[in-house]
Design a protein around this ligand. Structure first.
Ligand code: SF4
Length: 230
């Protein structure tokens, strides 16, 4: 009984959020498959997320609150701002978890939570998380950032400190500008070269749509007809 009630609560909440076409990039999409982002902009119907995945997202938010609560209570660091929006501009929007200070230096803090299997097997920070953090450093004009990983199953932590990397940021911004051009000219980007074994493809809500197309770039107007006639 409760199982169905709770599942319905999460599914209804997700439906209420509505599905609107994306208008600009989010920093959290750094390192994500360009074709996936293209489909978001074009409001291609996504496979519905299962209720347990929606609960996992909410659980991740609780991990953030737990860490922020500890940081707020200590005197060893000072939280300058939390949930900080990057300065508004046309290309991308995003909100960093916090900007903190140790008394000498400002750091952008980004908190990521994951299960034990991923946490234990992770020998270095995930490239997409590093890319996201680098964009925060660029937009906040702060030279250092911290990626803090939380194991959701046993609350162990792993921490990585980074310096701003202008070359990495230039590549990221050029990539976003190219994708913006593809979106505006209705050219669907090619699939990831590691399709379908890439982890992004395994969890992609557009996997079945993507499989209907070719691996290379495609014209959106032709492909849209194919999806609609499905
Ligand atoms: S299935 Fe893979 S290549 Fe296709 S849109 Fe999704 S992430 Fe990209």
């Amino acid at each position: 009984m409760l199982h169905e009630i709770i599942d319905k609560y999460y599914l209804d909440k997700e439906k209420d959020r509505g599905r609107k076409p994306q208008k600009h990039f989010y920093i959290s999409q750094a390192g994500k498959c360009p074709r996936h982002i293209f489909f978001k902009f074009k409001n291609v119907p996504e496979k519905e997320l299962e209720p347990h995945i929606l609960r996992l997202f909410e659980h991740g938010d609780h991990m953030h609150q737990l860490i922020m609560s500890a940081l707020t209570s200590t005197r060893d660091v000072h939280i300058v701002a939390s949930e900080v929006e990057i300065p508004p501009q046309e290309l991308v929007s995003g909100r960093a978890d916090a900007v903190i200070s140790d008394g000498n230096q400002l750091y952008v803090l980004d908190i990521k939570s994951m299960n034990s299997i991923v946490f234990r097997s992770m020998e270095e920070p995930k490239p997409e998380n590093v890319q996201q953090l680098q964009l925060y450093l660029y937009y906040f004009k702060i030279s250092k950032g911290i990626l803090l990983y939380v194991n959701k199953d046993n609350l162990q932590l792993k921490e990585y400190i980074f310096n701003y990397d202008s070359k990495k940021v230039e590549t990221l911004i050029n990539g976003m500008m190219l994708l913006r051009k593809q979106i505006d000219t209705n050219i669907i980007p090619k699939r990831l070269t590691s399709y379908p074994s890439d982890w992004q493809c395994r969890y992609c809500q557009y996997k079945s749509v993507c499989s209907m197309g070719a691996p290379d770039e495609m014209k959106w107007n032709d492909f849209k007809e194919k999806i609609q006639s499905r």
